[in-house]
Design a protein around this ligand. Structure first.
Ligand code: KG4
Ligand code: ZN
Length: 367
């Protein structure tokens, strides 16, 4: 394969609660074009449980993946004959869902003879700024979602350095749990943000964990506990939560998350710029990157430091298959390809050399 050969790639994503398929076409030197980007989300399926139920997610992926592929092909107006390769998320994530995707990719590859490539889900997020903005390597990336929170230096499609990350909950998880504590709808991010709009962020003193530590690690589980305690003392005092209490608590929580992420981004940027002073680029991805207070904070920080700030459109920040197709395409161009031994990997850190985070358990780092 020549580096500038036109390529059309089908991407599959099923590692959490979105069943997704997409087709992208890349004719160098132009940017890749997203011909279709189908996401069948499972929000309603898990809504009553206050979180993703792995078994329900796996069944829904198994039922819907082929429908997502059909829709992606139809919307892109191509058939499998017009596809050059299949890229599939092979981990990290919920094993049932990842297996559904990998098995479908193997079936399609066996039936069509097309090359297949297993993609790390986090690489999909981390390479998105190259798909959307054509960013050159290297750059610093903050990946902040319901399942992940880490700073990565992207050096190449298959080479990343993790500077740090959360040692417990991901921020999106903390938003979702906070929403649950305050009886707000899921997913928690948008509903907490909406409540926070009318609130006083300074009313409650909520913690900003690990800011005293001179590294890029973060912790969000204490913040969630502080929200619980504050809620309970408000209920004890007033016999229930008043609308203003809820708004102030949401605003305080959101500000605490944003403050921690902005402060740690400053550290990560200092470390990154010491290594790569000639490439001052900072990108963000993941569902929490939709948060307007956080976005404004990160944008302001980048501006003060003279760093280019990139935030892909929301549909490409949250889980999707276009990013998987793109990450697969980048690796294909490097000559990588998988065979029928491709395994689903629930744990698959992008940076295999970084020390596992606290709480990663006996089996090592998840991501
Ligand atoms: O990237 P994503 O779609 O899925 C993964 O977790 O991989 O992120 C979903 C997370 C949820 O926890 C959701 O509450 C959060 O992103 N989120 C937000 C906002 N919109 C979505 N968090 C804060 N503010 C928002 N506006
Ligand atoms: Zn994700």
């Amino acid at each position: 394969m020549t580096p500038d050969m036109p390529l059309t790639v089908l991407g599959l994503e099923s590692s959490c609660d979105d069943t997704a398929a997409a087709i992208i076409r890349h004719v160098p030197p132009a940017r890749a074009e997203i011909l279709s980007n189908v996401v069948l989300d499972q929000t309603d399926l898990h809504a009553a449980f206050g979180g993703v139920v792995p078994e329900l997610a796996a069944r829904a992926h198994a039922e819907k993946l082929d429908l997502a592929v059909e829709a992606a092909l139809e919307q892109a107006a191509v058939t499998l004959d017009g596809v050059d390769a299949i890229a599939v998320t092979a981990g990290p994530g919920l094993i049932g869902g990842v297996l559904s995707g990998v098995m479908l990719a193997k079936g399609l590859a066996a039936a069509t003879g097309l090359p297949m490539i297993g993609v790390n889900h986090l690489a999909g997020h981390a390479l998105t700024p190259r798909l959307t903005d054509g960013v050159d390597f290297p750059y610093l990336m903050l990946l902040v979602s319901g399942g992940h929170c880490q700073f990565l230096i992207a050096h190449a499609p298959d080479r990343f350095t993790r500077l740090g990350g959360t040692i417990d909950d991901a921020p999106g998880e903390a938003f979702d749990k906070t929403a649950k504590l305050l009886a707000l709808p899921q997913p928690g991010g948008p509903s907490v943000q909406a409540q926070a709009a009318g609130g006083n962020a300074a009313r409650f003193a909520l913690p900003r964990p690990l800011l005293d530590r001179d590294d890029c690690n973060m912790s969000f589980s204490g913040l969630k506990t502080a929200v619980l305690r504050t809620r309970d003392s408000l209920i004890a005092e007033h016999g229930g939560l008043r609308a203003g209490d809820r708004a102030d608590l949401c605003a305080g929580f959101q500000q605490a998350v944003a403050d921690v992420l902005v402060a740690k981004s400053r550290r990560a940027l200092a470390q990154y710029l010491a290594l790569e002073p000639a490439m001052p680029v900072f990108a963000v991805a993941g569902g929490v990157a939709a948060n307007t207070v956080l976005r404004a904070g990160l944008e302001g920080l980048a501006k003060r430091l003279g760093v280019q700030f990139i935030a892909p459109p929301l549909a490409l920040c949250t889980d999707n298959a276009a990013m998987i197709a793109w990450a697969g395409l980048e690796r294909l161009r490097m000559g990588a390809c998988d065979d029928m031994t491709l395994a689903a990997r629930p744990r698959w850190p992008l940076d295999q050399t970084a020390a596992p985070m606290l709480g990663s358990g006996k089996k090592g780092a998840k991501a």
